[in-house]
Design a protein around this ligand. Structure first.
Ligand code: GSH
Length: 223
């Protein structure tokens, strides 16, 4: 299942293997949520700095300048002395340290999995952006971007449980995009339910995910 990797590629990762992993992000299930699921699937020990949007100054007025991040942003991780930003980059890093690179797929599949992953990553952000838009802007983004992408995903998923017949990183991102869309656009979600519900139900049935979603580590949107 795994792809070949050079040993030098793993030098930083193995030297940090036993160090404490800290993930910093807002206390909502948005851009860091796929990273959280990757860690939870592997039962990898990590701690979190969850910033409250009500007290955003803690990030913007303090940690953003003072943590020593090269490219200060949320999410970030610290792993021992090693630190990173950029959500997709962090997700790839945690896939490696948790030995779950197989979720990225191999060969041609790897890039088809990547296609779905990155479309869904964009959707996670677009759906959230609509919350701060005027009704006209919201409708435009919905009609021109979000709904067409969801139709393409519906066609790709069809009746399958997961996009590639087994869990991959594409499904983790798709799950995050689908549940957020369902939460904020319940009526519009109905046209996709017959296809997306399968993936949602199966992902939530994974024992590690079930336990996580019942725990107080699991962040929710405050509606
Ligand atoms: N390119 C960055 C964008 C990160 C980003 O936009 N983070 C948002 C939350 S999703 C944020 O609030 N960043 C804090 C900041 O701008 O200081 C990534 O992919 O991680």
């Amino acid at each position: 299942m795994g792809c070949n990797q050079s040993s030098s590629e793993n030098t930083i990762i193995s030297s940090n293997a036993r160090k404490q992993l800290l993930l910093g992000y807002w206390n909502i299930p948005l851009r860091a949520q796929p990273i959280r699921y990757i860690l939870e699937l592997a039962q990898y020990p990590y701690s979190e700095k969850k910033y409250s949007q009500k007290e955003a100054q803690e990030w913007f007025g303090n940690d953003k300048q003072n943590l020593g991040l090269e490219f200060p942003n949320l999410p970030y991780i610290f792993h021992g002395d090693y630190h990173l930003t950029e959500a997709s980059n962090i997700a790839n890093y945690v896939l490696e340290i948790t030995c779950q690179q197989y979720l990225l797929g191999c060969g041609d599949d790897k890039f088809r999995i990547g296609n779905i992953r990155y479309v869904c990553d964009g959707l996670i952000i677009d759906v959230f952006k609509t919350l701060k838009m005027t009704p006209e802007e919201k409708q435009k983004l919905l009609e021109n971007n979000i709904i067409p992408d969801l139709y393409s995903l519906k066609e790709a998923l069809g009746e399958k449980t997961y996009f590639f017949g087994r869990l991959t990183v594409a499904d983790i991102y798709a799950y995050c995009a689908f549940v957020n869309f369902k939460l904020f656009f319940p009526n519009e979600y109905k046209q996709f339910a017959s296809s997306f519900n399968n993936l949602i139900i199966n992902f939530e049935a994974i024992p590690e995910i079930q336990a996580y979603q019942k725990s107080d580590r699991f962040p929710k949107f405050q509606l």
